[in-house]
Design a protein around this ligand. Structure first.
Ligand code: HAS
Length: 561
């Protein structure tokens, strides 16, 4: 069916979600294959790391600790997330605004560009030519293929962004006076943020790293490269978070039998993310010399602004849970809690992710506080923080999405057995992460460094204090690996073995008496204008300073690890 016909049908049935045709499903599923293969490889590397750090295990065959650490970070933080997100977002748009044949073909182009890039980067790491970790901080130097591969992954996502915006544009033209469906609005924002921020990493990779790694330039401006990386690196974490929020705002209400709490509030929180995600990168560089403290202070203030939309989200979630519970007959202060569908894994997994975000977010606020940051920076506390946020909050939500998205796309049923297995999976994950991330937080407070293999540090007393926590991390990490194996099994069941049938693509509706969403919320020129103004304000002067007063650049440190 052509896109115009689908949209016509959409209008006739009063904006009920569109159906997903087989060729579209194939595209969305391809992204999921790469995401879940990455989960397995990255998880295995994680297991090896925690075992090495326990002090009781050595890597065989001359494999280096920093080689597997790089693979772990790149394949989980960059590949798994990006593939899942792009595939999920395509499916959201396919469902809410439609996808034409031409758009689908370009969707494949984005997929293959990203996949070829991943293969190149992965090969460089596997050959031991890129032990530079996922942040590839200069002056550590990798083989040029590592950077070229990463650049291709980014180019692939830009193609996806263009396709996404085109999908929304075509829909808008066909529905001139209607508001963009909430999920399509959210995808549009996420991709605007992503394209603006990934320009930073593109510039440093193309202008600094590739020529330097090819030997065309002798030195690199280290501070500039790190600043451009973090200009990208912090919004990157919201690029991971916002798809989880899409599910929390617009999908979870349907799963629990409720309605969207407030369409306007959800849109406003996404607009605030667009404004405040980017001009905050210095909070990763608070201990770095060469950046004027005034600008660090300004970016810390802006960091506290980006906490606001998450607090709005927390408020909305509580409000949505309570309103739904009360409509189902709950009375008293907390009865609504019992009304939540505790046997439905599509709800339980993301809910566990929400709970993890309470300490995860609090940890972020600690990190962002300049004085406290001096205590935790470069300690394994930070690793604990991001395992709670990305590896629990976001990932459990992604698992929650997979439970309905995969069978919806493969035409299979989410059976009671899989619900049950999924709930065990969630529990194993939550317990494993509680142990591993909890031990990381405490060890960090005791001064344990991050990004480091096992060492007794010459037999110092302080390092001896850390060993017990490292053993706990190995216990937690082993549980997490069991959780990964279980999740891969569930994924394969949903892909090919579960009984044939239909699974719902749950998209929630607004309350009947909801106030209309103001039309100015779609004033894209204004939102992008404010975003650019904030970026220019936060970065122009310090950037000029970093370039003009740069110390001598650094020659490459080649595979010293
Ligand atoms: Fe972070 C470092 C600050 C959020 C990821 N962060 C990292 C790194 C990663 C990362 C990967 O300021 C390491 C990078 C590296 O390799 O060096 N982070 C923050 C702040 C937030 C934050 C202020 N981070 C995230 C998210 C991530 C993530 C989200 C991934 C997805 N982070 C930092 C800073 C550093 C940092 C510094 C640098 C540290 C250093 O020195 O190197 C905020 O966005 C957090 C706001 C969140 C909240 C929580 C709201 C709670 C909600 C849940 C509601 C629960 C419900 C359930 C409804 C305020 C929405 C209720 C049920 C019940 C039963 C109660």
């Amino acid at each position: 069916m052509s896109l115009a016909m689908k949209q016509q049908q959409n209008e006739e049935i009063n904006l009920t979600p569109l159906s997903i045709a087989k060729p579209e499903a194939k595209l969305y599923l391809s992204f999921m294959y790469v995401a879940f293969i990455s989960l397995f490889i990255g998880g295995l590397m994680g297991l090896l790391q925690v075992l090495v750090r326990s002090g009781d295990f050595e890597l065989p065959l001359g494999i280096g600790y920093y080689q597997i650490l790089t693979l772990h970070g790149v394949i989980l933080a960059l590949v798994l997330t990006t593939f899942f997100i792009i595939g999920f977002q395509y499916s959201l748009l396919g469902k809410t605004v439609g996808m034409s044949d031409k758009q689908r073909k370009l969707g494949w182009l984005s997929f293959w560009t990203m996949t070829i890039g991943t293969a190149l980067t992965g090969t460089a790491i596997l050959l031991g030519e890129a032990n530079v970790l996922y942040t590839f901080y200069a002056p550590l130097k990798a083989h040029p293929i590592f950077y070229i591969g990463l650049a291709l992954v980014v180019v692939g996502t830009w193609i996806a962004a263009l396709v996404n915006w085109h999908q929304v544009y075509v829909w808008k033209k066909a529905h001139p006076n209607q508001k963009t469906p909430l999920l399509a609005f959210m995808v549009t924002i996420n991709m605007i943020m992503w394209v603006i921020c990934s320009l930073g990493v593109a510039v440093t990779v193309l202008v600094q790293f590739i020529p330097w790694s090819l030997g065309y330039t002798e030195t690199i401006n280290v501070l500039l490269s790190r600043t451009l990386f973090w200009y990208f690196g912090h919004p990157l974490v919201y690029f991971w978070l916002l798809p989880a929020y899409m599910a929390w705002y617009a999908i979870i209400p349907k799963i629990i039998g409720g309605k969207i709490f407030s369409d306007s509030l959800a849109r406003l929180s996404f607009i605030l993310f667009l404004f405040f995600s980017i001009p905050v990168g210095f909070h990763h560089q608070l201990t770095e010399p060469g950046i004027d403290p005034t600008w660090k202070f300004i970016q810390v203030v802006l960091t506290f602004m980006v906490i606001v939309p998450s607090l709005m989200t927390a408020f909305s979630m509580f409000a949505m849970f309570e309103t739904t519970g009360r409509k189902q007959g709950a009375t008293g202060l907390f009865d609504w809690f019992k009304k939540l569908p505790w046997k439905d894994v599509r709800f339980v997994a993301p809910f566990a992710g929400m709970v993890a975000f309470i300490p995860g977010g609090a940890g972020g606020i600690i990190n962002a506080s300049h004085q406290l940051n001096t205590l935790v920076h470069n300690t394994i506390w930070v690793t604990g923080h991001f395992h709670l946020t990305i590896a629990t909050t976001v990932l459990l939500t992604f698992f929650g999405i997979a439970y309905w998205l995969i069978p919806h796309l493969t035409g299979r049923k989410l059976t009671p057995k899989i619900h049950k297995l999924g709930i065990y999976q969630t529990i194993i994950w939550a317990v494993g992460m509680l142990i591993m991330s909890g031990a990381m937080h405490i060890q960090g407070l005791l001064g344990g460094p991050r990004r480091s293999s096992f060492s007794e540090y010459g037999g110092t007393e302080q390092a001896a204090e850390w060993v017990g926590y490292q053993t706990a991390q190995a216990v937690g990490g082993t549980l997490l690996f069991i959780g990964i194996v279980l999740m891969i099994y569930i994924f394969m069941e949903l892909l090919a073995f579960a009984p044939k049938g239909e699974e719902e693509f749950p998209i929630a509706e607004e309350e009947e008496d909801a106030q209309p969403t103001p039309s100015w919320m779609e004033n894209w020129k204004l939102w992008i204008g404010i975003t650019i103004a904030l970026i220019l304000f936060a970065y122009t002067i310090p950037m000029i300073d970093i370039i003009q007063n740069a110390p001598p650049g650094s020659p490459p440190f080649d595979n010293i690890l």
